[in-house]
Design a protein around this ligand. Structure first.
Ligand SMILES: [Zn+2]
Length: 135
């Protein structure tokens, strides 16, 4: 389990993974995160985006950006709200300079296998990424 969990420090920049709504390998991504991230405590948790006060009812597919580690290689699931999850200004394609979310707190992100390609359909998600860990 632990090999798929990566600890991301508060303040790290992240953005949504374009096209991830077509990743249908799980129907409930927040449950997947809760079950396997090592999260302790309440299941009632706030969105990971700093400054957002909404409850995180979704497990969002995100990429991280950091000067210290090349986190952009890691496609991860973290708790996020619907508004932030649907924010197209913070998706991977448009995240140029300032349009990144800032991580609210240290978080255990659930890392998905990443092959360097961005799938564009449900079939491609399955084909490129295969089965999810733990399933
Ligand atoms: Zn939010």
């Amino acid at each position: 389990m632990q090999s798929y969990v990566i600890s991301i420090p508060k303040g790290t920049l992240f953005c949504n993974a374009t096209g991830s709504s077509q990743d249908t390998r799980k129907s409930n991504w927040i449950k997947y995160w809760k079950d396997y991230s090592g999260h302790r405590g309440s299941y009632d948790i706030k969105c990971c985006s700093a400054g957002c006060g909404n409850q995180a009812k979704y497990g969002g597919h995100v990429y991280f950006r950091s000067n210290e580690i090349n986190l952009s290689r890691y496609l991860c699931i973290i708790p996020i709200c619907k508004t932030c999850n649907d924010d197209k200004d913070c998706n991977y394609n448009k995240a140029g300079n300032n349009l990144w979310f800032v991580l609210r707190r240290n978080i255990n992100a659930l890392q998905l296998p990443y092959l360097g390609k961005r799938p564009t359909s449900a079939d491609e998600w399955k084909e490129l990424y295969g089965n999810l860990p733990h399933t």
